[in-house]
Design a protein around this ligand. Structure first.
Ligand SMILES: Cc1ncc(COP(=O)(O)O)c(C=O)c1O
Length: 436
């Protein structure tokens, strides 16, 4: 590489440290990256939870090449192209019944802020504009927009920006180290009691002020925190009882990670909106969106017909290349039966990741679908340091992981074989041992 590393201000990266010992990749194929020196690095995080169908899937690459040679760009502001309409219709058909209106954006953060704006606009259209408080959850990540960090529950992501947040209160995280440390899949107990905390917040703020409850079905970015059985069902019941909207942030879980197209289906709870991104384009182009209950959408389809019903949108909403990638991965998910494959792989994955429980300093292993968090005891000096050291060591050993705090994430592509997953876990074990 000819360029110096100085100019690119890397996101969510300790820049000064990275630039003294960079980790670079040059190419990718299937479930692995190659470094510029040609060394294999298994993709233990599907890029960043994106590449379910594996890197450079030939059908996705071909669809994007065809698209760039046909229609490279068209705005979706008052002009349209077939790809965006086709994609929205197909996503709507894959979502739970009644959820068939789709707003397209370019990232999970934009999708989250879009969902919050739709919620506010819907209440206003219904004459209840005072409903402008959101209920999020501690240890939630909903991207980096002002809306997303407001409902999100990650202190480090909010600290520097606190003055400009939306009105929000937060449920407690579903994580309970005393009972869940080595639970496989969903914990059996405690879900309804945890969700009942929403009743307390409704009593405190009054339902008439609350716009929506926003949760990730599984908290992914903070280390794969799997809610106990009954938790999401109970949240839905309480939202129904008080007339609150329920928004699922499925940026990580959408499009197959839990063995169904959406967590809403895998876990059997239907929200009012689903926020998605990442796997929808297999990471091949920036894309995200919001799936909206038809009723909510229709509530906004009023006013003078020459005016936009929602004053919102992005230059690249419905970008032709992103839509082409997404239409192709929807074909691939179907033709290669990838959600089913995730369901079949999940028990083997579970056994492999839980075998890491005896690696030095592992204090928790939790998993669901093809997602796992392997938590390490923190260094005495500072929380997060052990995780960062293990993440760097894992790259040297040939597996890409991510370390929110001291938890190592494993979220392999859906097309991984059992052997691939075993190799990822073996390399992760070496990294854990090296940094003990
Ligand atoms: C649950 C969730 N929501 C939102 C986002 C933000 O997505 P993006 O980085 O595409 O803005 C992420 C990213 O990891 C996420 O995990």
């Amino acid at each position: 590489m000819n360029a110096s590393l100085d100019a690119f201000w890397m996101p969510f990266t300790p820049n000064r440290q990275f630039k003294t010992s960079p980790r670079l990749v040059a190419s990718a194929q299937g479930v692995a990256y190659r470094t510029p020196e040609g060394r294999e690095v298994l993709d233990g995080t599907s890029g960043l939870w994106c590449v379910g169908a594996g890197h450079r899937h030939p059908k996705i690459a071909a669809a994007m090449k065809r698209q760039i040679d046909t229609l490279d760009f068209a705005s979706s502001f008052q002009v349209g192209h077939a790809g965006a309409f086709e994609l929205a219709e197909r996503i709507g058909a894959l979502a739970p019944p009644g959820m068939d209106r789709v707003f397209l954006v370019n990232s999970g953060s934009e999708a989250m802020d879009t969902a919050l704006k739709i919620a506010l606009a819907c209440w206003r259209a219904r004459g209840e504009g005072q409903r402008n408080l959101f209920i999020g959850r501690e240890r939630a990540f909903h991207g980096v927009g002002f809306g997303g960090i407001s409902v999100g529950g990650m202190t480090n992501n909010r600290r520097a920006f606190g003055g400009a947040l939306l009105r929000a209160d937060h449920l407690r995280s579903t994580w309970d180290a005393s009972t869940q440390a080595f639970v496989r899949g969903q914990p059996e107990h405690g879900g309804e009691a945890m969700a009942d905390e929403l009743e307390r917040l409704v009593a405190l703020h009054d339902a008439s002020n609350i716009a929506a409850v926003v949760v990730e079905p599984i908290a992914g970015s903070t280390g794969v925190l799997v809610p106990p059985r009954g938790y999401l069902q109970r949240l839905r019941e309480i939202c129904d009882k008080h007339g609150l909207l329920l928004i699922f942030d499925e940026v990580i879980t959408g499009f197959g990670r839990l063995g169904a197209m959406f967590a809403a289906q895998a876990l059997g709870v239907v929200p009012d909106m689903i926020v998605f991104a990442k796997t929808v384009s297999n990471g091949a182009a920036p894309l995200g969106g919001v799936i909206v209950q038809r009723e909510l959408h229709d509530a906004l389809m009023q006013g003078p017909t020459h005016l936009s019903e929602l004053m919102h949108g992005y230059t690249c909403s419905g970008h032709p290349l992103a839509c082409a990638a997404a239409l192709a991965i929807l074909d691939v998910l179907d033709e290669e039966q990838l959600p089913q494959r995730v369901r079949e792989l999940a028990p083997r994955f579970e056994a492999i990741v839980h075998a890491l429980a005896d690696a030095p300093g592992v204090v928790s292993v939790r998993n669901i679908g093809l997602a796992a968090g392997i938590e390490l005891a923190p260094d005495a000096a500072s929380a997060g340091q052990r995780g960062a050291r293990a993440q760097a060591a894992a790259f040297d050993h040939g597996v890409l992981t991510r370390a929110p705090g001291d938890t190592l994430i494993l979220a392999p592509p859906f097309v991984s074989t059992v052997d691939d997953i075993q190799r990822m876990a073996d390399r992760l074990r070496r990294a854990i041992e090296d940094t003990a």
